[in-house]
Ligand binder design. Structure first.
Ligand SMILES: [Zn+2]
Length: 372
């Protein structure tokens, strides 16, 4: 079962075509998307009625004749709100139909399993609505992304040991949020925001290097969950037999070596500071970072062998990865049994910051398009 239906209907294709081109005529759309003119016209009428596109025919060309009607998209006719709930923060974001976050607020708030915290979630939603002076009628819903294995059909957390949310339901998280809500596994939310930006990607493995290490398998445009709903939880790949203690109870899991916390612990719990000091050449941190990349390279190589697909590095650490890719490419390529150059399959996230919150909001944007 997939919560994100990434395949696009003709209407979506037309809408996305217009969005990509900025301005497009009916004829262009029909030709490029290989659709009949009546199909295109019918869908354009629908999109215009919904306020999703506007059509302009006032432009007159040089020969004095009228130009064909050009259609353009209206991105903020509807918006969604996304929440990224983590151990030490609440990030709220407003996402328009273009998939852009038009506003985000980061709050350093420690997660607690109590009513007071749920009130803070309600307040976070209110705050972002007010700060953007948002027309409430535009809000499609609030996607709530949380760490942990989420049963998306029944809307509850099956296993939430990362922040102690096991058994919590969407209804509980939404107690003070007066809009449609949906609980979403944070890994899937970040995959969704990335695949939204890369329509050419159909198969990929997405790494999420946050306070816990996770991942998602994108197969034929769908997120593969597996029978136990934990497919892609690479944080618990055993990379060092009898190695460091993992929070899951096992020893030597990737999570114990590649979570953001491993780095933060060397910089007063501040990941930005870690990379700042690393950039300044602090010797101890250079060693810590090199170890981090060595362990990451093991996991990346294993995943490449398993799926043979593109691998994308995201999450809190993924944000900083761009500047260090050459080192990682070298480490991963060296492990390839087939002499493969890892540049051909390994890349950092396109969507840099707030990908989890954005992806959570995109759930409602996607749903909106699918119900059109
Ligand atoms: Zn583990």
């Amino acid at each position: 079962m997939n919560i994100f239906d990434i395949k696009q209907s003709n209407r979506n294709r037309i809408y996305f075509y217009i969005r990509e081109k900025g301005l497009a005529t009916t004829k262009d759309i029909a030709y490029d998307l290989k659709l009949s003119l009546p199909t295109v016209t019918q869908n354009l009428d629908y999109l215009a009625k919904q306020g999703l596109i506007s059509s302009e025919d006032k432009v007159v060309n040089k020969s004095g004749g009228r130009n064909p009607i050009a259609h353009s998209y209206v991105a903020d006719v509807k918006v969604a709100i996304g929440l990224d709930i983590a151990k030490n923060h609440i990030i709220s974001t407003i996402v328009d139909l273009n998939g852009d976050d038009i506003k985000h607020i980061y709050q350093k708030i420690e997660y607690k399993r109590n009513d007071g915290y749920l009130k803070l979630l309600g307040e976070a939603v209110e705050r972002i609505i007010e700060s953007a002076q948002l027309d409430r009628g535009k809000i499609l819903g609030v996607g709530i992304a949380v760490p942990g294995i989420v049963n998306h059909e029944e809307d509850y957390v099956v296993d939430g040991r990362v922040i102690d949310n096991t058994g919590m339901t969407c209804e509980e998280f939404s107690k003070y949020i007066p809009y449609s809500t949906k609980l979403i596994h944070d890994s899937y939310a970040s995959v969704f925001s990335e695949s939204w930006m890369s329509s050419e990607l159909h198969n990929a493995f997405y790494f999420r290097l946050c306070h816990s290490v996770g991942g998602s398998v994108l197969l034929n445009d769908n997120i593969y969950l597996g029978d136990g709903l934990y497919s892609g939880e690479v944080g618990h790949l055993n990379i060092i037999p009898n190695g460091k203690q993992c929070y899951c109870g096992q020893k030597g899991c990737l999570d114990a070596y590649c979570s953001a916390e491993v780095l933060e612990n060397y910089a007063d719990g501040d990941l930005d500071l870690f990379f700042e000091r690393l950039e300044q050449g602090e010797e101890r941190l250079i060693k810590v970072w090199d170890d981090y990349l060595n362990h990451l390279a093991i996991a990346v190589s294993d995943i490449r062998m398993l799926f043979g697909c593109k691998i994308i590095l995201g999450g809190d650490v993924g944000v900083f990865m761009q500047d260090y890719m050459d080192v990682l490419y070298e480490k991963v390529s060296r492990r390839s049994p087939f002499g493969e150059d890892s540049r051909t399959f390994l890349t950092p996230f396109k969507k840099k910051k707030y990908s989890v919150a954005t992806g959570a909001g995109l759930y409602f944007v996607d749903k909106f398009f699918n119900n059109m």
